[in-house]
Design a binder for this molecule. Structure first.
Ligand code: COA
Length: 258
């Protein structure tokens, strides 16, 4: 039973709420362990089609790594704490869509966690930043790499070198989040999209995510070849036959994930 993460189900969507409100949901070792344990379970749960990650309370999504854990730590201890599997990589390669529902402060490791998700939907009150520079550190949860890929090297350097925070409108403008909603609408907006996504074939969702994620590591030429192979692989699925038949029959498709 996870101590630091609340788990709820809404239809085919699992909602995971990081629950350390007194520490603005900072990521400590326990949160990381709990998250890995829950994700491992959800991966093989056929009743779950998508995962939403959020933070407890109205103030914070995740205010970064737990800074208290850094004090006095040796490089060897830190390396051990950063051993694989890491939540950031597990989320970005998770076979089901993962959506960050960003309800407040989204800083440091919290921002990196959001960057590892497939989609980011933010409250208009959310604030974003990579403030590690103020601690004599750099982002260590993939921020230097995933931030640059999502918003470009220029904006990534601006955030990482200055440690400045930006608001949700600016995050939307630079492409750090995909959608913004009023605080009162955040949950409904996120769950409506998550439910719709989770209603598609789990098999096709997995392949679609894999193809897009490949663009982060492959050349354009290799990626386009890979996409063609995955597209053709879809022709081996019952869900492709069902999707095409349902369109031609003018009826909703009934996906089986096969
Ligand atoms: N790690 C550990 N504790 C944290 C934390 C973090 N990343 N972020 C916030 N907290 C704790 C605070 O220490 C405080 O605990 P306390 O009540 O026991 O003193 C509590 O959460 C509330 O935070 P507080 O700073 O009082 O709230 P605020 O509204 O004044 O400021 C922030 C909010 C987010 C601007 C501020 O907490 C902050 O700068 N946090 C650190 C962000 C950061 O550098 N993250 C990257 C880490 S690598």
């Amino acid at each position: 039973m996870a101590e630091t993460i609340l788990e709820a189900r809404e239809g085919r969507v699992a909602v995971l709420t990081i629950h350390r409100p007194d520490k603005l949901n900072a990521l400590n070792q326990q949160v990381r362990d709990d998250m890995l344990e829950i994700l491992a379970r959800l991966e093989s749960d056929d009743a779950v089609g998508a995962v939403v990650i959020t933070g407890a309370g109205e103030k914070s999504f995740i205010a970064g790594a737990d800074i208290g854990e850094f004090a006095g730590r040796s490089p060897f201890d830190q390396r051990h704490a950063m051993r694989s599997p890491r939540i950031f990589d597990v989320m970005s390669t998770f076979p089901k869509p993962v959506i960050a529902m960003i309800n407040g402060f989204c800083l440091g490791g919290g921002c990196e966690l959001a960057l590892s998700c497939d989609l980011r939907i933010a409250s208009t009150k959310a604030r974003f930043g990579q403030p590690e520079i103020k601690l004599g550190l750099i982002p260590g949860g993939g921020g230097t790499q995933r931030m640059s890929r999502l918003v470009g090297v220029g904006q990534a350097l601006r955030l990482i070198l200055s440690g400045d925070m930006i608001d949700a409108a600016e995050a939307l403008r630079i492409g750090l989040v995909e959608m913004v909603a009023e605080p009162a609408e955040l949950r409904a907006t996120t769950l409506e999209l998550a439910q719709r996504i989770a209603g598609f074939s789990p098999l096709t969702l997995k392949v679609a995510k894999q193809a897009v994620r490949a663009s982060e590591t492959m050349s354009l030429e290799d990626g386009i070849r890979y996409e063609r192979d995955l597209f053709c692989l879809c022709f081996s699925s019952a869900d492709k036959e069902e999707g095409v038949a349902a369109f031609l029959d003018k009826r909703p498709a009934e996906w089986t994930g096969r």
